[in-house]
Design a protein around this ligand. Structure first.
Ligand code: SF4
Length: 333
């Protein structure tokens, strides 16, 4: 397997999108106001040589790539071609919508060496898709995923939690349905209420209840277990923090710069609870975890330690580095 290379993101905000999904404002999410064109591609890649001299992956994000007029897709991909030929760009990935995948779209991407397609499935619950203004069905996701895999591309699926009309159960159902499609990886984006979106207006009008950071942590901890059990890597959990979002464009919802850490820390807490419960240990307990996971087990502000001590009436709880597998927890003598 080739080493994972740095990704150079190029944003095409809302290009190709037939409408704006209720939660989406790519100009604020990406911090990019104008869509990339051929010149932007060349400028960005030339500049990237400074910080990634060994090359990188190029990614077109923030729009519906395969729904952009084909001539414009060609302009973007053509601009990257020389960089691929010289080996600076190892591969290209694009993100798009499930209802904009067909043989013609895939043939064009294949022609330019695109290797990975990220599909914004968001939910497999028809009601949620409708209420979120997605404009496609769960069946579109199944059909597109099958076409992408049959054509030999790597498939990444994106899902969201806490969308209008969703529940913990429907988000878990979505994860299980996505697992059946055999993706090479997934991204999970808990819903954030971003200003200048229809969702923001719905929330202000009291017609949408915020998906809080705690809600997101609870549901995502379950999703982590589902995807891990299926051996599917989660390559991103939570929106990438940007200056704009942190400065207030993320008005409410599951926006937290370290959301992934909070979720994995919750998974560790739940595992430790089960372990201590089953062991019957009380008094002083020492947990051993993989050396890189001590902070996840301990939790932010030592919250996991406090919760475990309180729940089991422990007098002392230590977490130490141990020679165990990543993800494993043991009770040490
Ligand atoms: S979520 Fe995707 S399809 Fe919907 S408006 Fe945003 S970029 Fe376009």
């Amino acid at each position: 397997m080739s080493p994972r290379r740095r990704i150079i993101p190029l944003f095409v905000p809302h290009l190709g999108c037939p409408n704006d999904c209720v939660f989406c404002n790519q100009r604020k999410i990406s911090g990019s106001l104008t869509p990339a064109d051929g010149d932007t591609v060349r400028r960005t890649l030339d500049a990237a040589r400074e910080y990634t001299p060994d090359g990188a992956e190029l990614a077109f994000y923030g729009g519906s790539f395969t729904a952009i007029p084909q001539q414009q897709q060609r302009e973007l991909l053509e601009a990257a071609r020389p960089y691929m030929e010289e080996g600076f760009i190892g591969e290209i990935r694009v993100s798009t919508r499930p209802d904009k995948i067909d043989h013609k779209a895939l043939a064009l991407l294949g022609e330019y060496g695109v290797k990975t397609i990220e599909l914004g499935s968001q939910s497999m619950d028809e009601k949620v898709l409708r209420m979120s203004g997605r404009g496609h069905t769960a069946e579109d996701t199944r059909r597109a995923a099958a076409l992408i895999k049959a054509a030999g591309f790597r498939l990444m699926l994106q899902m969201m939690t806490g969308l209008p009309g969703s529940s913990m159960e429907s988000d878990i159902m979505t994860a299980r349905e996505l697992i059946k499609l055999g993706p090479d990886g997934v991204r999970i984006y808990p819903t954030v209420i971003i200003r200048e979106t229809a969702l923001y207006d719905l929330w202000q009008a009291g017609k949408y209840h915020e998906h809080t950071v705690e809600d997101a942590v609870s549901v995502c901890a379950e999703l982590v277990k589902e995807f891990s059990a299926a051996g599917i890597p989660i390559i991103r959990l939570g929106l990438n923090p940007t200056d704009d979002l942190s400065a207030g464009e993320a008005a409410a919802g599951a926006y937290h710069p370290a959301l992934g850490e909070l979720v994995y820390s919750r998974v560790y807490l739940q595992k430790a609870e089960k372990l201590i419960e089953e062991s019957g240990c009380r008094g002083e307990v020492t947990l051993g975890v993989h050396p890189s996971r001590v902070s996840l087990m301990t939790g932010q502000k030592r919250q996991n330690i406090a919760k475990l001590k309180e729940r089991f009436g422990l007098t002392e709880l230590k977490v130490i580095k141990s020679e165990v597998n990543d993800g494993e927890i043991v009770i040490l003598p």
